[in-house]
Write a protein that binds this ligand. Structure first.
Ligand SMILES: Nc1ncnc2c1ncn2[C@@H]1O[C@H](COP(=O)(O)OP(=O)(O)OP(=O)(O)O)[C@@H](O)[C@H]1O
Ligand SMILES: Nc1ncnc2c1ncn2[C@@H]1O[C@H](COP(=O)(O)OP(=O)(O)OP(=O)(O)O)[C@@H](O)[C@H]1O
Ligand SMILES: [Mg+2]
Ligand SMILES: [Mg+2]
Lengths: 256, 256
């Protein structure tokens, strides 16, 4: 129990938060107990699930600096079976504060190791950088799920991410592996999308999930209602893709 | 001469690099001498102009740590009248290194102040965060141009960016102001785009440029050829929008 996945990619706007929220919801919909850790100071995973980003309760910052435990920080969401460690913009200051602390890359791992028994999956939403917050997520995680937008710049940055994952594996976390790469915002009318998808499959082989997330306006509308797209419009192409992705993630876990 | 603009927004994937490259090219096309400073370790502005991100020449990292001057670091690009301070992934390490340095927020300003006489405009492409690299850009700049993607999460994060600009103005750089907000990836068929655009105009008033950059696949294809979209396909909607934006930016400079 308590399988920890980091949802990471330093390229901005590739669908990390959207994948975290909707994959978590789809896993909860099939009976898995899921926890999201919002490790991005933008707090998009927090507000995308309808929670205020300025809460008076404990949050991810408190967890990292050791002011509260995982159990004290976890909150319920509107999705049955899905809890969250919310965040606020205060987390932005943590990146600089962490630089001077002992075991600065292990803060998250030390806070959650052995504490995740209540959940089947823990999904960590990462900010668009390879700084100390993402390093903490990669050190705490057992595997990484990489959202890859079907655009040129997104593909270009992937080798830097893979090198960083290797570096974390060698220095901080031997068990870290890439569980898979999910293609996002795929537009079948657009030759660039298809070219990037083909490149990604050549580069990553069967690490690329069969499920491809299409560009689908309902997906980008859902956060303005504080809901995952599965609750906003279950039958749209975006929701159905995340349901299929959840099935693939569970099957891959069984095999590993 | 040497008007310094930071192209900034901590939200990822909103069009910072695309705006930096194509606005710079459009300004150069009307006879302005322009310099881009690539302050994002992803080095997308560098590769989007066809330069390798692993150069053996001086780069933005050298500039920040004082190993080279602006004149030594500037390189020509394929666009006449447009030079660049290229970057490599080494810059990713600078963020942590800068934390312990004297005048850590002023490193870029100290390196370029009084050195920009050869150019009419200096555009600084920022990474998707509000860490020390973006703080350096905001401290060195005279004004900020904010690309705002017409999506919900992008609008939500804007108040955090404005607060940070105010903080920099009060602590490091009195003259800093927002020159304008440019709406990007606007899709007139999508009600969310229109809703976000209306919200942005209510929030920012006439700070929002009249020019709106449409979502246009030619814009996202151009980087894979190492070219600005103005060189890849001058007559497409994306290129024309950036040409209009350049006109507006110049007019606003005359008024200020
Ligand atoms: N499949 C999709 N179809 C349409 N829009 C999408 C899709 N996935 C994500 N989006 C939209 O694209 C934008 C970027 O997605 P998101 O914020 O999830 O990316 P991110 O990688 O978390 O960004 P950041 O790097 O800022 O954390 C958001 O406005 C989101 O609503
Ligand atoms: N007007 C547009 N139409 C279509 N695609 C666009 C447009 N502007 C940008 N893009 C594409 O959207 C993606 C994000 O743009 P870009 O990389 O410029 O954003 P950014 O803010 O610099 O991202 P980051 O936060 O990672 O630095 C890129 O793949 C780019 O090619
Ligand atoms: Mg995100
Ligand atoms: Mg960029």
């Amino acid at each position: 129990r308590g399988r920890i996945l980091a949802i990471a990619n330093q390229k901005g706007g590739v669908g990390k938060t959207t994948t975290t929220i909707n994959l978590a919801t789809a896993l909860a919909a099939v009976g898995q107990a899921v926890l999201i850790v919002d490790l991005d100071p933008q707090a998009n995973a927090t507000t995308g699930l309808g929670l205020p980003p300025k809460g008076d309760r404990y949050n991810a910052y408190d967890l990292l600096v050791g002011a509260a435990t995982l159990a004290e920080t976890a909150q319920k969401t509107i999705v049955p079976g899905l809890d969250i460690i919310p965040t606020t913009v205060d987390l932005a200051g943590a990146e600089i504060e962490l630089v001077g602390l002992e075991r600065r890359e292990y803060r998250l791992r030390d806070a959650i190791e052995g504490q995740c028994g209540a959940w089947d999956f823990v999904l960590i939403d990462c900010p668009p950088s390879l700084g100390l917050l993402t390093l903490n997520a990669l050190t705490a995680a057992e595997a990484v799920l990489v959202p890859l937008q079907c655009e040129y710049y997104a593909l270009e940055g992937i080798s830097h991410l893979i090198r960083t994952i290797e570096r974390v594996k060698n220095n901080f976390n031997q068990k870290l592996e890439v569980q898979g790469v999910v293609l996002t915002m795929f537009d079948k009318r657009n030759t660039l999308s298809t070219a990037v998808a083909d490149d990604a499959r050549r580069f990553f082989g069967n690490k690329v999930y069969e499920t491809v997330i299409p560009r689908n306006v309902r997906v980008s509308e859902a956060p303005s209602f504080g809901k995952p797209v599965l609750l906003y419009d279950l039958h749209c192409a975006g929701s159905q893709a995340y349901v299929h992705l959840a099935g693939e993630v569970i099957r891959r876990e069984r095999v590993l």
